[in-house]
Design a protein around this ligand. Structure first.
Ligand code: ATP
Ligand code: MG
Length: 301
């Protein structure tokens, strides 16, 4: 097969691993920087161009679209879909997953366990917002944050009020969330492919820290997950419409709760922690499912 990998940087660990795994299984690959793609959307002859050449004859496309280029990146992916190329994750599903509020709303509608969560832009009554989610201690998150930056633990009612007011002053969207203390600074990353969790790791925050992000000094180890955690992760991915997803779960007193569903989960942490060849499993999934011209979003979305 000919597989396009949408990635801005061919030297990233995940990109390199996908190229390696695809080649090892006898496929041709091309790494494509989405920002350098340009497209013709004429109704009878849509096309895709890259560095002066028309791109065609791809059987499948693996989107690894960074958060900062979501808008243009999903448009490029959609163009591949219009050309009948099989996407490992569809553009609509990626767009859905990139919107945290939309994701939480979809998951809650289907009964997936979530931390009690409120969201706000400019509430006139901060006290009532805090009361609504059960009071302090609370986790307050910037909607646009990543790698643990913009995630704050407010231990007391007063601290929560001041942090929320400070964020409000900056005119940013925030999430206010029940603090899952019993998770003890750990979360579980479940790597889902299709309807299976193929690998899972526990990320543990460093001493004195509640955020388990590896960028904040957290450490990753192999973990055995429970059947309930397994089904929560696969259901969450399915609800989002993602074939490949990184589902982040906290172990709470009321069962597993989903923090986030990531549409472009990194391979480095999970492959190192579990020793599994996750990249090969992604390629294998494409081999089984990519049928030329068969994409659910073709001409839609
Ligand atoms: N409600 C919560 N209760 C307990 N711990 C939490 C809660 N929310 C987040 N955490 C901890 O803080 C870490 C960072 O939070 P989160 O994953 O929401 O933000 P982020 O990593 O900055 O964003 P993203 O995952 O979108 O890149 C989590 O991995 C988890 O360890
Ligand atoms: Mg996170």
């Amino acid at each position: 097969m000919r597989i396009a990998i949408l990635s801005r940087n061919p030297s990233l660990f995940s990109t390199r691993r996908l190229v390696e795994a695809a080649r090892a299984r006898g496929h041709e690959t091309k790494v494509i920087d989405v920002l350098r793609c340009y497209m013709n959307i004429t109704s009878h002859a849509p096309s895709m161009h890259y560095r002066g050449e028309e791109l065609n004859d791809f059987d499948a496309v693996i989107p690894r679209i960074g958060a900062s280029v979501t808008f243009y990146g999903t448009a490029v992916l959609r163009q591949f879909e219009m050309l009948g190329v099989y996407p490992l994750n569809e553009s609509v599903a990626i767009t859905r997953a990139r919107d945290k509020l939309r994701s939480l709303q979809l998951l809650s509608r289907k009964g997936i366990g979530l931390p009690i969560t409120g969201f706000a832009h400019a509430p006139d009554d901060v006290e009532d917002l805090i009361k609504m989610v059960g009071g302090a201690p609370l986790v307050i998150k910037l909607l646009e944050g990543t790698q643990g930056i913009g995630v704050v633990l407010a231990e007391t009612q007063k601290a929560a009020e001041s942090v929320i007011e400070a964020f409000m002053g900056l005119k940013v969207n925030i999430l206010v969330q029940e603090y899952i203390r019993e998770a003890n600074g750990a979360d579980i990353r479940c790597f889902v492919i299709g309807d299976r969790v193929v690998a899972s790791m526990k990320r543990q925050a460093k001493e004195g820290e509640f955020r388990s992000n590896l960028h904040r000094g957290g450490t990753a180890t192999l973990i055995r997950i429970t059947p309930e955690e397994r089904s929560t992760a696969t259901r969450a991915a399915r609800i989002m419409g993602l074939n490949v997803a990184g589902v982040d779960i906290l172990r709470s007193n009321h069962g597993p709760v989903v923090m986030e569903v990531n549409s472009s989960p990194g391979l480095e942490g999970i492959e190192r922690a579990t020793g599994k060849d996750v990249a090969a499993l992604m390629i294998e999934f494409i081999e089984k499912n990519a049928v030329l011209g068969k994409t659910r979003t073709r001409g839609q979305g």
